[in-house]
Design a protein around this ligand. Structure first.
Ligand SMILES: [Zn+2]
Length: 202
């Protein structure tokens, strides 16, 4: 069963249930070129949600929590999992309180947008692409990880910029070779970097 915690909203003192992200068990852990890891072991938690009572944004690593006791807390509302549109709202509504939180919001937009096109190009991605692109063009100058900079330039279709960023970058030569080939092919989609078995018990 998914792990759950009771979180208390700092604005209205309302209690809500926070549940780890539900996932199907997978045999392989997959690292994607946008640094998204599919099948990472251990519980995964979203860090932001709307309070189910007053709708305020709550950073869940900053609020009071208590273990969930099913016999005592049977009527608490569950926090609604964040969808791509919610991450856009969070940025637009200024939910981030510092640069680190802002970085996290943009990373969610980036990776969740890519979820729509990891396996194949999709109409769903095309629909959100203008907003996704506008957000990530805004995010690009804040990146301080050369792997993310190369990847985002390529995903945004700036192949010359991505190739230039590959120059002199102290990165895995194999990874750089794939990035260069993708730029030559004018391919903007994320790709699988590697797959490893999920550790036992994970
Ligand atoms: Zn509240």
């Amino acid at each position: 069963m998914n792990e759950r915690w009771v979180v208390v909203c700092p604005y209205c003192n309302g209690a809500c249930l926070h549940q780890e992200i539900s996932r199907l068990p997978v045999a392989q852990m997959t690292l994607w070129s946008d640094q998204y890891i599919h099948g990472a072991p251990g519980p995964q938690w979203e860090r932001l949600a709307h309070c189910a009572h007053c709708q305020a944004w709550m950073w869940l690593d900053q609020v009071d929590t208590e273990p969930w006791n099913p016999t005592e807390f049977t009527t608490l509302p569950m926090l609604t999992p964040m969808m791509l549109a919610d991450w856009f709202d969070a940025v637009a509504q200024g939910a981030a309180e510092d640069a680190e939180q802002q970085h996290y919001l943009y990373r969610q937009i980036w990776m969740q947008g890519n979820h729509l096109r990891r396996e194949a190009p999709s109409a769903a991605f095309s629909e959100v692409e203008p907003a996704w692109r506008a957000a990530l063009e805004h995010f690009l100058p804040d990146l301080d990880d050369p792997r993310l900079t190369v990847e985002l330039l390529r995903e945004l279709g700036d192949f010359e910029g991505a190739l230039a960023a590959c120059q002199g970058a102290d990165l895995d030569p194999e990874w750089l070779a794939v990035q260069r080939a993708r730029c030559q092919a004018q391919d903007t989609r994320p790709f699988v970097v590697r797959q490893v078995p999920v550790p036992q018990g994970g």
